[in-house]
Design a protein around this ligand. Structure first.
Ligand code: XMP
Length: 518
């Protein structure tokens, strides 16, 4: 049953926005995969058997020797092809047209295209006599390939939209997948419709299919899973449990750096409500003991990462017959990206994960979310009946409150932080802002400040509120709360949380800041 659904292939030439193409297509219930051009060979095409192909944009110039190409074979598959930006140019060049590096024809940013002829790809697209699109190109097509005709133009691109309608080859100079091409989704909708996709990629379908695949893979062996209560591990656990029931045991590592009532909520939900076998590993003393006196952020992260693996392994070893480790790996982690720079990037923070553990323990991986984007995981979670409270949660980092407590970590500070964070999140929920915000939390600062409450002097901690908007955590902006909201929240925290007498709001974006404080 696996792969019974229709598949669309996106050949990646290294555009920054290739993932958005996949997002737009998945929103149309079309199953697609992104593969870098280097890996797309004739054999690959044969085996993948796409029902349609999209050629992405990319930073290279088709004029240059050795610039990326798809295999010639792609044009002989007899399936519709959509070339975007670089994909358009490579298509023209390979099919007999010509691309030039233009003097004065580069376009970056907003542009308008006007239709010159009807085309099935453009059905319902032009409400008026022009449409806004997002361009980003230096080169341009100077001569279109035989069989192609022009269907729309822009001031800098006489060949903004061209097509060979008989072969269903479409070529657009702009990026229909980005937000700044407001009606771009319509173009993809038309493309997949005329390619014959039926929209069979739904989460109800995925659930059934994934359950069968998990059963096939696991057989009657045992599976272990590090459950954090975050959406990925929660959905993975719920899905695997549905597939193999009590063959799954989850380990919830309580490192003492969790939020208020978090352990009770997660364990209660999965153990008592959903009947999963959950080991609640209460290891607060071990973690907090080793962190005692440590204030360097990377050292904290390393200690927590190492202990997490130790603790998980200790509990997992007690589960006899465990042969698989479940992980909530998502599609964005799996996509091989096209790298032109080739250089290593600097480590800003060492992220905490259980990588390396499977080999050490001789375990195989079960990764039932590998094909999904985050919002699909949420949709699957809903399909599996997980409460919204789990599905819509803000991300929470593996090292937990340790990285929201700059400087030394003490139990006292953690308690204060937990209380302040709970008040802040309560405020955000009460004002109906939770779902607008990517992530919100309090950081307790390593300074105490003087204040006056009643008639007395106070000398307590200062804290910082953080709230950001983001789409993927890679870049972020601070959330523009009203002054009323900030004032009310500061008053509540100072009144309700003993130990804090000053509240600040962090208005740093990422970059230059990061989301977490450490
Ligand atoms: P930064 O602070 O790097 O965070 O801007 C980006 C996103 O990643 C989360 N984060 C982590 N998540 N383990 C995780 O699972 C980690 O070690 C870790 N560090 C940061 C952070 O909360 C934000 O969502």
């Amino acid at each position: 049953m696996s792969h019974a659904h229709d598949r669309l292939l996106i050949i990646d030439f290294g555009s920054q926005v290739t993932q958005l193409i996949a997002r737009r297509l998945r929103e149309l219930n079309v199953y697609c995969e992104i593969h870098p051009f280097q890996t797309v060979t004739d054999e690959f095409l044969e085996q993948f058997a796409p029902k349609a192909v999209v050629l992405s944009g990319g930073p290279a110039s088709v004029i240059d020797d050795g610039s990326p190409r798809p295999p010639e074979r792609v044009f002989d598959l007899g399936v519709p092809i959509l070339g975007i930006c670089y994909g358009q140019q490579v298509m023209m060049q390979m099919l007999g047209g010509r691309v030039e590096r233009g003097e004065g024809t580069a376009e970056f940013g907003r542009a308008y295209v006007a239709p010159s002829k009807d085309l099935d790809l453009l059905d319902g697209w032009f409400a008026e006599d022009r449409e806004q699109v997002w361009m980003s190109h230096g080169d341009h097509v100077a001569e279109i390939a035989p069989g192609f005709e022009v269907f729309a133009t822009s001031s800098g691109a006489p060949y903004a939209i061209t097509a060979d309608p008989d072969r269903h080859f479409y070529a657009v100079q702009f990026h229909p997948e980005v937000h700044h091409t407001p009606k771009g989704a319509k173009l993809y909708e038309n493309f997949v419709r005329l390619a014959g996709f039926t929209g069979d990629w739904t989460m109800a379908y995925y659930r059934e299919d994934a359950i069968e695949r998990i059963r096939d893979q696991v057989g009657d062996a045992k599976v272990i899973c590090a459950l954090s209560g975050g959406v990925d591990s929660s959905v993975a656990a719920a899905l695997i449990h549905e597939a193999v029931g009590d063959q799954l045991t989850c380990v919830f590592v309580d490192h003492g750096l969790l939020r208020l009532n978090e352990a009770e909520e997660v364990v209660g939900m999965f153990r008592d409500h959903m009947n999963l076998q959950v080991i609640h590993a209460e290891e607060q003393d071990r973690f907090l003991g080793e962190l005692d006196g440590v204030s360097d952020p990377e050292t904290k992260r390393k200690i927590i990462g190492r202990l997490f693996i130790d603790v998980f392994q200790k509990h997992a070893d007690e589960i006899e017959g465990a042969r698989f480790l479940a992980q909530g790996t998502l599609y964005p982690d799996v996509i091989e990206s096209v790298s032109f720079s080739g250089g290593p990037s600097v480590t800003i923070k060492s992220h905490h994960n259980v990588g390396g553990l499977p080999e050490k323990m001789g375990l195989k991986l079960v990764e039932p979310l590998r094909e999904l984007f985050k919002d699909e995981v949420r949709a699957l979670g809903r399909e599996l009946g997980l409460p919204d409270k789990f599905i819509g949660r803000h991300p929470f980092p593996g090292p937990g409150l340790a990285i929201r407590c700059p400087g030394e970590i003490t139990r006292d500070k953690l308690d204060i932080l937990r209380k302040a964070d709970a008040v802040y999140i309560d405020q955000i929920r009460k004002h109906g802002l939770y779902d607008e915000i990517w992530q919100a939390f309090v950081a307790i600062l390593p300074v105490r400040t003087v204040g006056v409450m009643g008639d007395g002097r106070t000398y307590d901690y200062a804290c910082a509120l953080r709230a950001v908007t983001s789409v993927d955590g890679m870049t972020a902006d601070y959330y523009p709360f009203t002054h009323e909201f900030l004032g009310e929240t500061a008053t509540r925290i100072i009144n309700e949380v003993k130990g804090i007498n000053r509240v600040t709001y962090d208005i740093t974006s990422k970059p230059p800041g990061t989301i977490e404080w450490e």
